[in-house]
Design a protein. Sequence first.
Length: 73
Amino acid sequence: MKIDDWLLEILACPACHAPLREDDAASELVCTNTECALAYPVRDDIPVLLVDEARRPGEPRAAAPGEPEGAGE
């Protein structure tokens, strides 16, 4: 996953507007607000900043479209 530094500086969590940080291992952008902590998927180096697509802390990662079921865990 590669998100340009300038883009990461201006992106914010759509739910609480806190900054986001990269989680390369999970291919996600994670909210830095510990009360929110939503994790947004990054698909083909494009952040999907939709609250409906976000994962709550402790939930398994959802499979990306076209990915086999259970492949995201």
